[in-house]
Design a protein around this ligand. Structure first.
Ligand code: GLN
Length: 465
């Protein structure tokens, strides 16, 4: 991979990444560039290399960090005004692990405030533009992270995003790159601004499956500071990087109900072609029906709004954003706090919150059963390609429906990745989603890599050169 090549110094690599980040300022990728700290870190790494000391697998590699990760003595806004002046007293475990591996954060990437959105139109710091067509949205909520990787300018080879209900996968799909959501608990969430604790995960964005695997192997693992992190090893740091499927024939289940009404014809066509190519690769493809999926979006919005209302109660105007006058939260965040408190209120708790949790359990059982018959499930990632900026902004429900395919794996806690599957006649990228059962993280990446080798569509370039 391009990442580990050490033919140039860390300082040169970081300077180059910062230069490109500034050249691409019209895309609104970063909330803050952490220039000084990045250059100081690069100097440290070069000095280590010169002294013959051991450096990590990502030595000197610049990356973008979504602005909901805390890095020491660095502002973290989660793209919300209430955190505008917040400077983090601690460092997220993921950031620490990347730092130990030698990676260098060049800046904090734009996102929907608190992760609330699918387009990065809900940032208090402006919309991030799509890497392939700047009149379109980047996708969200990890929009800045995705565009930093996808832009033809090659600002950074990878970025850290997060995925609560699709936030790594949606922008990956809209920008033609790979987006990973790991098994729930595979990666520590210590130092990540909480949105919905039962579905928040740490994800990454990269240009291909191999780069994504390298990053996930660095950041995954149990952490004493996050009691929801698990000690099962889902990403295998000591396995040779080029693990393949060893000629294994997988049973792929194409979810037929997600190829119907409301899904763009070209998205359906690319997904079916991808399924055909899976057959060519020797896999068995069948159709699967999961009737509970029709309830995934309503369950997701009841459960995650309840959790976000609870998590965001800490922003009480005392500890954070004391002097703000009414602009602490964007409209979408306010909406979710209101919905969340409503579904948790005494009169409606049973009717909405408890009901949603029960239906969620039925969805989990249905998916568990599907995985007794299939190894991997295949769907489009998003029902449509990147919309024009503003096109869906007027109606929040249009945004919620965008999560039709990405919300189910989040509610079930299983890994899901978005991988490039070609483009529309108009040249816009289409992504498909590979879903595995808990712990199948590496299998999904191996399958994605096999498909990349087959189609040579893994690396998709667009936007300005
Ligand atoms: N689009 C979804 C939402 O708005 C998912 C966002 C996310 O994963 N952070 O909640």
């Amino acid at each position: 991979m391009k990442l580990a090549s050490k033919s140039v110094s860390a300082v040169e690599m970081v300077k180059e990444a910062l230069r490109k980040a500034k050249a691409a300022s019209e895309y609104n990728i970063f909330v803050n560039l952490t220039e000084e700290r990045a250059l100081a870190r690069a100097e440290e790494i070069d000095a280590k290399i010169l002294a013959g000391e051991e450096v990590g697998a990502l030595a000197g590699v610049p990356y973008a960090l979504k602005d909901n990760y805390l890095d020491l003595k660095t502002p973290t806004t989660a793209s919300a005004k209430i955190l505008e002046e917040f400077v983090s007293p601690l460092q997220a475990t993921v950031v620490k692990k990347l730092e130990e591996a030698g990676a260098i954060c060049i800046g904090k990437a734009n996102m929907d405030a608190f992760g609330h959105g699918a387009f990065t139109e809900n940032s208090a710091y402006g919309v991030t533009k799509n890497a392939i067509d700047k009149t379109r949205v980047a996708g969200g909520s990890s929009g800045g992270s995705a565009v930093a990787v996808a832009l033809a300018l090659d600002i950074v080879p990878f970025a850290i995003g997060s995925d609560t209900g699709g936030s790594a996968r949606a922008p990956a799909s809209f920008n033609g790159i790979v987006g990973v959501r790991p098994t729930f608990g595979a990666v520590s969430r210590y130092g990540v601004v909480a949105f919905a604790s039962s579905t928040d995960t740490v994800g990454c964005l990269a240009r291909d499956a191999d780069d994504a695997r390298l990053v996930m192997r660095v950041i995954a693992g149990e952490d004493a500071r996050d009691s929801t992190s698990v000690n099962d090893v889902y990403y295998q740091p000591d396995t040779p990087r080029d693990i393949s499927l060893d000629g294994q024939q997988l049973r792929i289940g194409l979810i037929a109900s997600l190829l119907g009404e409301g899904v763009d014809a070209e998205v359906v066509a690319r997904t079916k072609e991808y399924a055909e190519k899976m057959k060519q690769a020797g896999h068995e493809v069948g159709e699967v029906d999961l009737p509970m999926l029709q309830y995934a979006v309503p369950i997701y919005y009841v459960v995650t709004s309840a959790e976000t209302a609870s998590n965001l109660a800490r922003y009480d105007g005392v500890r954070y954003g004391r002097d703000r006058k009414g602009d602490s939260f964007v409209a979408e965040t306010r909406r979710r706090i209101v919905i969340g408190n409503y579904v948790l209120s005494a009169g409606f708790y049973d009717a909405y919150y408890i009901k949603a949790q029960k239906v969620r359990t039925l969805l989990i059982e249905e998916m568990r059963e599907a995985f007794s018959r299939f190894d991997v499930l295949l769907t489009p990632t998003m029902p449509f390609v990147a919309p024009k900026i503003g096109e869906k902004a007027g109606d929040p429900l249009l945004g919620y429906l965008a999560d039709l395919m990405t919300a189910p794996p989040a509610l079930v806690g299983v890994p899901a990745i978005s991988v490039p599957a070609g483009e529309t006649a108009g040249g816009l990228p289409v992504g498909v989603q590979l879903i595995g059962w808990r712990g199948d993280d590496e299998k999904l990446l191996a399958l994605a890599e096999q498909m990349e080798n087959l189609t040579k569509e893994g690396v998709y370039k667009g936007g300005v050169a």
